[in-house]
Design a binder for this molecule. Structure first.
Ligand code: COI
Length: 335
């Protein structure tokens, strides 16, 4: 897709090819690279009834010399294996999944946009065993599919300050499933997010069960001020973002003191009187929050615009993605 074409909404366009592998009789079969097309699935498939599914999301970037590099694929594969273990799905093998991702990228090279676009990679794993009685029995068969999508901004409108509803009633997911990238967690956020959009024109809901700040439907949250970042410490209640990890490493290298601990809504509202708040994730990268809406009251975050520290931190990461700054950590992997 050339860059002058209209940019499609995030994830709405797939590349021409996908990679597909099946697990049966206790082992993974070889994968096929094939044109993207509907798949056939028993209506009794485990995933359709008992939500045995997890996925990943990461990006490949076209570099100034036109080579394509994948950002921290190794960490995403490990996270998918962890999700699979928690859902008792067969774990994708590291080498095979990496080969599937590379095969899709190489086959669809011409569909990888130039910066600021990227190729979003979406491995998807799901239970295919046909047995509607298997409510507490893991699926003995599974499919692994790698899709890819040329993407630009996740939030329509680019770097506009986000409006976030702070929800201290609902929880995003079952407490032990927060670390698992599974569709059910996103489904649970869907109705509160729709309501927040309708009532407050909000972009996302930040779930804070019992007053403890957790994460939004699709991103981690960072509080930022001069020389200091506060974010929740890694526990089972939220997804351990690879972008979060990368930003915290870059921030520490740039003199920030990074604190990872539980904090509550009152701490956050006090912080944003002068400080900044931002959402991090593969899709969002680092998106500045302009307004927090808590129990119907609007709290401006700093000036109400995307803060300068948020912009600077985002730029540091984006420059590494795009090959404009040295990749000191070896985060960009070959295709
Ligand atoms: C991510 O940012 O990590 C994602 O996978 C976003 C996706 C849920 C749209």
């Amino acid at each position: 897709m050339n860059d002058s074409a209209k940019r499609p909404p995030f994830g709405s366009v797939l590349t021409s090819h996908m990679a597909v592998a099946a697990y049966a009789d206790g082992k993974w079969g070889a994968f096929d690279l094939k044109p993207v097309a509907p798949i056939s699935l028993s209506p009794a498939a485990h995933v359709l009834h008992y939500a045995s599914t997890c996925f990943e999301g990461f990006k490949a970037f076209r570099q100034p010399d036109d080579r394509i590099k994948i950002f921290r694929m190794d960490m995403h594969i490990r996270r998918m294996q962890q999700s699979a273990r928690q859902l008792i799905l067969p774990e994708p093998e590291t080498e095979q999944l990496a080969a599937m991702v590379r095969a899709v990228i190489n086959r669809c090279q011409d569909e990888v946009p130039k910066a600021p676009g990227a190729l979003y990679l979406r491995p998807l794993l799901f239970g295919t065993m046909a047995n509607i009685g298997a409510a507490s029995i893991p699926s003995s068969s599974a499919s692994l599919i790698v899709l890819a999508s040329p993407v630009w901004d996740y939030f329509a409108g680019g770097m506009k300050p986000l409006r976030i509803v702070v929800d201290d009633q609902n929880t995003r997911c079952a407490a032990h499933l927060g670390v698992v990238k599974t569709g059910g967690n996103y489904a649970a956020a869907m109705a509160p997010t729709r309501d927040a959009k309708a009532k407050y024109q909000a972009d996302q809901v930040l779930f804070c069960p019992g007053g403890e700040v957790q994460e939004t439907g699709a991103s981690n949250v960072l509080l930022i001020r001069e020389g200091e970042i506060l974010t929740r410490g890694l526990d089972l209640t939220f997804l351990h973002g690879v972008t979060r990890d990368s930003l915290l490493i870059l921030a520490a290298e740039n003199g920030y003191q990074v604190t990872q601990r539980v904090f509550n809504v009152a701490d956050m509202l006090a912080w944003v009187k002068k400080g900044e708040a931002a959402l991090s994730g593969t899709a969002a990268i680092l998106a500045g929050v302009g307004t927090l809406i808590h129990r119907g009251v609007e709290h401006k975050v700093g000036s109400g615009d995307v803060g300068p520290l948020t912009r600077a931190l985002r730029t540091r990461l984006v420059e590494i993605h795009q090959g404009l700054a040295p990749d000191r950590h070896g985060w960009l992997q070959d295709t």
